[in-house]
Design a protein around this ligand. Sequence first.
Ligand code: ASP
Length: 363
Amino acid sequence: MLSPGKNLVKPRRLLLALAASGVAAMSHAAVPPVLVIHGGSGVITHDLTPAKEKAIRVALAKALENGYAALKAGKSAVAVVSAAIVVLEDDPNFNAGKGAVFTHDGKNELDAAIMDGDTRRAGAVAGVQRIGNPILLARAVMEKTPYVMLSGRGAEAFAQSIGMPLVDPSYFRTEERWQQLQKALKEDSAGKPHQDDETTKHFGTVGAVALDTDGHLAAGTSTGGINDKRWGRIGDSPIIGAGTYANSDCAVSATGWGEYYIRTVAAHAICMQVSQMRVPLKRAAAVVINQEIPALGGNGGAIALDAHGNIAIPFNTDGMYRGWIDASGVPHVAIHGDEDDGSSAPPAPAPADSTGDAGGQAQ
Ligand code: ASP
């Protein structure tokens, strides 16, 4: 039986095999590295001031630059994903690390996960309150423990045991996120559903997927979760297969209404179509993000990358903070849904029996 993720022959491996068998003419073409990032879906165009939009574009470009420098230096996909995500966790404009949303109780509880597609090792942390860069702790869980997911105080004790500094919880606070919570609390006490666009529709989770020069994939995601969340709620981001997944054929990081991504096991559902059913990446991602999740009442987006360097960035919201550097090596950053970013409009829902072209471009 073929194991998931092992049934596509990757160009890099094929080239190595050919080179080893004396087919020297093929040895020049390694897989060009690719990096795709997101800073959350659901952007409401009119809410973005020019200054904020600029800050977000600069941050996305910086995360791409940081990650791509690691890729070009021959670092692993896992290292690249962490390098890109750390930049976004440190930036208060995103709902991850500094700038995370608040819980109903006025705390910041952070979730993150990372997965190495080549080995399918994974690490995750959930509900941590004193870790400045949860993606680094998730990576440490993967690399230094026999576990996949650690939560809360235990995760923080593990961080201390490996010398990772704890931050004061006030580090995460931004006035903007605090005001979002105040607004939600008022609505809660009036028994009203949350009305505010930013509160209900803007998810600022961050994530990255990368294909390194060895042809290996990785995916990572980091988030503060959802504004006004209660009772230790954990979303999809740190759940392997829901918000984050990678195997040797496909890597996905999701953003959106986490409960729906958990219920559809969204990231895994995309990758299983690619690995086992040979569905082109773009089609596989569209089926889950543009069909399955909205059909249940959820919303959001995802970034997806396959072992050939094909990219898909589907979303069913107004926009999505996103950036990518494909095989051409040129960085791209986009925010709005209608942005001319060198790709087509978000894909139409895929016909159930169709197996169209994956393409190599975003969306
Ligand atoms: N998916 C995240 C969660 O539900 C939120 C987000 O993507 O912004 O926790």
